[in-house]
Design a protein around this ligand. Sequence first.
Ligand code: GDP
Ligand code: MG
Length: 598
Amino acid sequence: AHQRDIRNFSIVAHIDHGKSTLADRILEMTDTVAKRDMQDQILDNMDLERERGITIKLNAVELTYDAKDGRTYEFHLIDTPGHVDFSYEVSRSLAACEGAVLVVDAAQGVEAQTLANVYLAIDDNLEILPVINKIDLPSAEPEKVRKEIEDVIGIDASDAVMASAKKGIGIEDLLEQIVNKVPAPDGDLEAPLRALIFDSIYDDYRGVVLSVRLFEGTVKPGDKIRLMNSGAEYEVTEVGVNSPKPIKRDQLIAGEVGYITASIKDIEDTRVGDTVTNAANPAEKALPGYREMAPMVYAGLYPTDNAKYQDLREALEKLKLNDAALEFEPETSQALGFGFRCGFLGMLHMDVVQERLEREFNLDLITTAPSVTYHANLADGTVKEVENPSEMPDVAAIKTIEEPYVKATIMTPNDYVGAVMELCQRKRGQFVTMEYLDDYRVNVIYKMPLSEIIFDFFDKLKSSTKGYASLDYELDGYRESDLVKIDILLNGDKVDALSFISHRQFAEKRGRDIAVKLKNIIPRQNFEIPIQAAIGAKIIARTTIKAYRKDVTARIHTGDPDRRAKLLEKQKRGKERMKSVGTVDIPQEAFMAVLQTD
Ligand code: GDP
Ligand code: MG
């Protein structure tokens, strides 16, 4: 195609406002996918995405559109996730585009991630096309939402597309706006190749498949390419586009989005954000790339079977190609053996990584309770970064402990301000300010410890506001807090993987709660197991798991066969994720028990 006929755009929105459904309609309208192959949320092609009904990965597809002006356009559409944990995927997609379609639910209006995502697009100087979706809903208030987009985001919404992705309304209007308003890419076709790697995936047959946006030059099979950051060189075996199945091309040109394969087997050579250039005619400077994401939470990942340590390492390396925000380094635990300390952007990210490792790489894993990074200011004047609670130095050696704080912005309807403030206060939040966005919507801003917000805050927020409040947060430095480490002893032995950090105020209660929880979670064995919680040498709680195992189903008096089957199933699954620590078998659930106390 000629550059003037290319349009590159992303779809961004708050979660559930209808991005993926809109992408479905666009694919249908442009006959990209045959009717018989069409299925809902077709770009969410991971099993995990389909089961959970959320988009986890960005996804780039090419489609052709016959516009009203009589020309045929080549569109590259990138669908993106809406959840805050995956905003790194969004920012990377946007760097490959000239335009962003901003989907806003006509009944829900602007929400926290609508703002966060649209600001990313504005920062990247993209043309923004607002779409007010779900106008078919009885509760839709499109005019109110139009005004909200103008007042709250500050962009012109007079031409906003009125759409129902579900019913297929407004799709053609949107496609025409993409043609007329999103600028065509430019970029010198004769210049040395500069292509931005915005994603990658490992394929057993083809090696690393690079998703790229070409900014200058061209690339074709047989070309020698160089990855500018690592300096590694390869011969291109194939170039093409996804539509959504891969389609080979003779070449890719500046302005296009597509893929490159070059039998890249050495995973370390590739990094998302790096620039691909031509080895014989290299560009002088790499493209700006991306800023590295700092993980928010850390947790240990261990194979249930110690012999699988190398497999886990390989799996993490391969997964990192497709999940640029994932970080890991080797870690040893007395209790769990060899594993990795992994950094994640949030709890959902952590959950998704564990599931992808288990499904895509056939591993059985134990994850330890997530923790933030603490700073321990030691008596000798040095500072120790503590990513793992068990590594917190001895109380005697510590002067003070600092923990990361966030600035949390909670957008909520008026009616729930009281409930939101109560929740924030309970989570050690400090009120900053409150801003009225319009007559009925408020931004409530708090500074809070990251550790309080990251675990179950979002669920609690949703349940105390009937699902109406939305949340966005950013790191806001470190502050001193009165924190203590709590150790758990089983059978008299400290289990390092069960140690956690708590505010002193909640320490005794949490110690007690966890001792009780563990008693219920850890299966009985043929000997008695004392459980203790301790701060330093001081025991703060004690329970005992009685000896002997009994049939778990014997306790169920209802003759409900369904329930009985479920329980057996649960027990079976629980068994798969079980780790022997000394003489005690500890199920996965036990490592997470610390998260379930209040
Ligand atoms: P995403 O999280 O932004 O990708 O949202 P999805 O496309 O997964 O849609 C979320 C939910 O809203 C799904 O249940 C869709 O069926 C529904 N939905 C999407 N668009 C419309 C629409 O125009 N009208 C109605 N009534 N429902 C819609
Ligand atoms: Mg989606």
